[in-house]
Design a protein around this ligand. Structure first.
Ligand code: B12
Ligand code: SF4
Ligand code: SF4
Length: 374
């Protein structure tokens, strides 16, 4: 068995569903990345622009790197809904995948060093200046799609990517690359609620609900708020409608739903303890931590506005009056106006909150909400 085959076998044995090798050089889609940034498709994610030079020359990231061992890990599962309503993207159901993957990549690297296959390797997953989808495609882990996701004939869009940067030259994965394509299908472009997929394979991050609910640190733009629908963290719509994802076996046992999600509710998430440390502890080890307490509570307020209920109205009124975060207060105001604007006294309460509000951004957002939700 060749050195490359041995490495691929070890990666599968340790628990990954896919493994392949690609040269450690500029990704094939580097030019696409450059024009994507030039068109400001990266929204508030300024680090993506800063990463340009490293995308073009990955050796700036790992100087000793010669070959990429790309891995894929399925996270398919049934839809994830909070008790009482509100949806969370499937990828965030269980333990944070970054930890799961990184731990196994590091163990794999140690095994390979012990077996004399490599001298060293650097593990990486997601939050790194590498175009993972493009490198993974080159390693044979899937094909590019109109939803921008990498698809695999066996796993659909439901898999994570990660990588080990190896310090040895190896031949790329041979022959049996998975074939497939979107063909004439346009289901994801048609189903995206915000028109974020502006062209096949081209995503405007500033319109994507995944960006709006996880990455942006201001307030969710007003024109996306009603479009959030039920999504309180991430969005799976373009994956859910993809025919390649149908019938993929569930991985619930690999990533059992975290208790804070299985027992959580929009009302509870709106009223979370404002102490950032308390939030970190509560959501320890989950991908949801990324949104932060303010982000998650504000998202919950918006979804409660989209799905009005009596308990939601009471929680929104309380948050508007008492939450220490201006962002949560103004999101609660939008939720009240959008979901309960016709109820007696609601507009007056929000107008009163505007009089009291000191924070300039929250004041501006409150004014916009009062105008738009008239
Ligand atoms: C920034 C980022 C985001 C941003 C921007 C997303 C984007 N599409 O660029 C936001 C926050 C919106 C986001 C959302 C999501 N993300 Co994200 N994200 C990233 C990150 C960190 C960088 C992506 C990047 O470089 N984008 C720049 C663009 C130019 O690059 P690209 O999309 O990878 O380029 C591909 C396509 O554009 C396509 N393409 C280019 N031109 C054309 C033309 C045609 C005709 C076609 C068909 C395709 C095509 O080919 C390129 C290579 O495959 C990666 C991790 C990493 N380091 O790569 C994860 C990553 C891409 N995200 C991931 C996931 C799971 C998601 C979500 C599904 C999460 C969710 N459920 O909410 C959504 C999916 C949204 C979507 N439809 O893309 C996974 C994807 C796994 C997979 N199988 O593809 C990654 C790889 C993380 C990981 N390690 O698993 N994400
Ligand atoms: S994740 Fe949701 S908002 Fe983003 S592109 Fe897909 S369907 Fe559109
Ligand atoms: S939904 Fe259709 S067009 Fe979109 S990624 Fe899947 S196969 Fe491609």
């Amino acid at each position: 068995m060749s050195q490359a085959d041995k490495i691929l076998e070890m990666a599968l044995e340790i628990g990954f569903d896919l493994a392949g090798l690609a040269p450690f050089r500029a990704p094939r889609e580097a030019e696409h990345y450059r024009s994507w940034i030039a068109q400001d498709r990266h929204a508030s994610m300024g680090w993506m622009k800063t990463n340009l030079a490293v995308i073009d020359d990955p050796k700036l990231f790992v100087p000793k790197g010669r070959t990429l061992l790309m891995v894929g890990l399925s996270h398919a599962r049934p839809p994830l809904e909070l008790p009482g309503g509100g949806r969370v993207a499937r990828y965030a159901a269980g333990r944070d995948y970054h930890n799961w993957i990184d731990k196994r990549l590091k163990r794999l690297a140690r095994q390979m060093v012990a077996a004399g296959l490599i001298d060293g390797a650097r593990s990486a997953v997601d939050a790194v200046p590498l175009m993972e989808r493009s490198h993974a495609q080159e390693a044979g882990l899937g094909f590019a799609s109109k939803a921008a996701n990498l698809l695999h004939p066996r796993l659909g869009p439901w898999y994570f990517l990660g990588e080990l940067v190896l310090d040895i030259e190896l031949d790329p994965t041979p022959a049996d690359l998975p074939t497939g394509s979107c063909g004439t299908c346009t289901a994801c472009l048609d189903a995206c609620p915000t028109g974020a997929l502006v062209a096949p394979g081209e995503l405007d991050a500033g319109r994507c609900l995944s960006w709006a609910t996880i990455e942006q640190r201001g307030s969710v733009p007003h024109d996306l708020r009603a479009k959030l629908g039920d999504w309180v963290f991430g969005c799976d719509i373009c994956s859910e409608v993809c025919p390649w994802g149908e019938g993929v076996p569930s991985q619930e046992e690999r990533f059992p739903v975290h208790p804070e999600i299985s027992a959580g509710s929009l009302v509870d998430w709106l009223a979370l303890d404002p102490d950032p440390e308390a939030f970190k502890q509560k959501f320890q080890g989950t991908a949801i931590r990324r949104a932060g307490r303010e982000g998650l509570s504000a998202n919950a307020a918006l979804v409660l506005g989209n799905r009005p209920s009596e308990s939601g109205r009471i929680a929104l009124q309380s948050a508007l009056e008492t939450d220490p975060s201006p962002k949560v207060r103004e999101s609660a105001a939008w939720g009240l106006l959008h979901g309960h604007g016709q109820d007696k006294g609601v507009r007056d309460q929000v107008a009163g909150a505007l009089q009291q509000e000191q924070d300039p951004d929250a004041r501006a957002a409150l004014r916009t909400s009062l105008e738009l939700e008239d």
